[in-house]
Each structure stands twice: as C-alpha cells, then as structure tokens.
Design a binder for this molecule. Sequence first.
Ligand SMILES: *[C@@H]1O[C@H](CO)[C@@H](O)[C@H](O)[C@H]1NC(C)=O
Ligand SMILES: *[C@@H]1O[C@H](CO)[C@@H](O)[C@H](O)[C@H]1NC(C)=O
Length: 376
Amino acid sequence: MKLNVVVSLLLLLISTATCCPPSDLRALLAFRSALHEPYLGIFNSWTGQDCCHNWYGVSCDAVTHRVADINLRGESEDPIFERAHRTGYITGRISPAICDLARLSALTIADWKGISGDIPKCITRLSFLRTIDLIGNQISGEIPNDIGRLNRLAVLNVADNRISGSIPKSLTNLSSLMHLDLRNNLITGLIPTDFGRLTMLSRALLSGNRITGRIPESLTKIYRLADVDLSIRSSISYISFYINYAPTKKTFYIRPWSVLATLNLDGNKISGEIPQTLMTSSVMNLNLSRNLLQGKIPEGFGPRSYFTVLDLSYNNLKGPIPSSISGASFIGHLDISHNHLCGKIPVGSPFDHLEAASFMFNDCLCGKPLRACLKH
Ligand SMILES: *[C@@H]1O[C@H](CO)[C@@H](O)[C@H](O)[C@H]1NC(C)=O
Ligand SMILES: *[C@@H]1O[C@H](CO)[C@@H](O)[C@H](O)[C@H]1NC(C)=O
C-alpha cells in the first residue's frame, strides 16, 4: 500500500516533469507575448503549466511530451471564429523564442493578416521541422540563408507576405521539399539553376514576385511536379522559358509529365510555338497568356484534352482555331482573345457555353458567339 502510494507519487512527478518542459513553456509564453490578438481570445487558453493540454493550437509529441506543432490559422471553421463572427487578426511578430522548441515539427501561423517582422533566422536550427506555413501575413525580411539545413522540411509556404531578397542558394538542398509556395511577395533575383535537385517537389508556386532570368532547364527533371505557377506579373521582370529547348526549332517543349495538372506561365516572354503534346497532356489548367507565342494553335485535341482553364490570350497566334478542338472532352474556360486568329469558330459541345469575350480582338474570327461569317 505504502509502496503503491510512493510509486504513484513518483509517476505523477515524472509525468508533470516531462509534460511541457519548462523550456517549452517559456518559449511559448515569449512567443505569445510578442503577438497581439484583439478579437478572438485564442490565447486565453494558454494558462497554467501544462502547454500540452488544451492550449489552443498547441500539440505535443505523445512520446517525448515536447511541443511538436503550433497550428494557428486565422481563417478556419473553429467555433471560436463562428462565435466572434469574423476572421482572425493578429499584430506583432514571430518571436525568436520559438527556436527553443527544439522538437517542433510544424509551425503554422497562417492568415492573420497583421503579423510583421522577420522570419527568425534561428528557425533553421529546428531540425525536426517538416512544415513552415506563414501564408497571409505581413512578414518581411528574407528567407533565412541556411534554410537548406532543414532536411526534413516538406512544406515551405510563405505566400502573401512581404518577403524580399532572393531565393537562397541552399534552398535546393531541401531534399524532402514537396510544396514550395512563395507567391505574392517581393522576391527578386534568379531561380537557382539547380532547382531540379528538388526531386520530391510537387508544387512550385513562385508567381507574383520580381524574379527575373530564365526558368532553369533542370525543372524538367522533377517528375512529381503537379502544380507549376511561374507567372511573373511585374512588368520589370521577365523570364524566358524553354523546357527541352530545341535551338534549331526555336521552340519549347514540355516534357510529358504524367502528373502535371497546372501550368501557369502567363506574363513571361515565352516565344516559339505551343507544343502539340500540351493539348493532350495531363495539364488541366493552362495559362500561357501574355507571352510571345507564335504559330498556330496546334491540332491534336482529342478525348484526352480536358481543360478547366485554357488561356492563350495576348500572344501572336495566327491561323484558324483547329477543328479538332471540337473533339476535346471538356473546356471550361477558354480565352484566345487578343491574338491574330482568323476563320470560323468550330461548333461542338466544348464550345456551346462560351461567350464572345473568349474570342474577341482577333484578326478575323467569325461565327457563333461572334458575328456570322460572310458567305463567299
Ligand atoms: C548543401 O548541402 C551540402 C551537403 O550537406 C553542403 O556541402 C552545401 O554547402 C549545401 N549548400 C548550401 C548552398 O548550403
Ligand atoms: C492568366 O494569366 C493572365 C495574366 O497574368 C491573367 O490576367 C488571367 O486572369 C489568367 N487566366 C485565368 C483564367 O486565370
């Protein structure tokens, strides 16, 4: 009996000693004190000594009892948002104190709109990190230079912030990286030429920055790529894009990536002709708008052609719309306006729902939904 009491006391001592160690507790409290969340009270639950239980957005590893995840999303279905009838808003900065959470594997501080300051440089010490998701804040400064040390990192999402500087060279050392989303920041410089070392990458989203230069050919080595968004909307930048560039033909080819679903290369300076293979590839969202594409829209549409978006507007495309396009299985949104196309618009089910705007500002397209063709 007495022994039992001693044993349970000991167990109690051990468990309170190991759950949320004081160093993790200190780190979380410092993290909280650098942030100001005026509307929802998400930090109200951050009281007491045991950060592993019922602290909003904090979870611990079941074995080590160390903080493993910080998951704070400013737009979510959580009842806390429903009660407040609003989305989240936080000001302040991300305290470098989080770098003391040595076993942190996921850091998600997303869509709080007002968090500013830098990404703490020391974050690259957190060798267990698998996710960094800071989308939708006002975070500035640069991506830490030695980000490549995080060899478990699978998700790096800092989209919709004010990140500047260039893509660090070490980034291509992130051999586990699957999702890279840097969209809508102030990033300058080049895409590293050895980008193709990121062989696990399935999403490469870099648009809405000030990246210049060429899209590296090594990109073609990444067979898992499913979503590519390399459109550069800033007028001061340009990219010339040649995948499997064939200099003699002055054209570019897209490798038949079996999983490539989204290819947004709008607003670059891509010249040459549209490769025919693209019309029957796995690509469903294709935006090549605002480039320097020449030649005809290739024939070769067929039952395998399925497009939710096919945007070829603002190029130098000539000739007729290929008649094979009627054989496409689906075209949800088509835009071939602002080219030099001419001839009768094919009829067929992929077209029935399209409006005139899809075809306007060409040289001499005619037929439904534009005006009728003149009879010769
Ligand atoms: C990438 O990793 C290798 C091997 O760990 C290292 O030698 C190299 O310096 C790293 N590159 C960068 C740019 O950090
Ligand atoms: C394609 O890109 C252009 C230029 O960036 C953009 O204006 C357009 O909305 C995009 N098309 C679609 C269907 O998203």
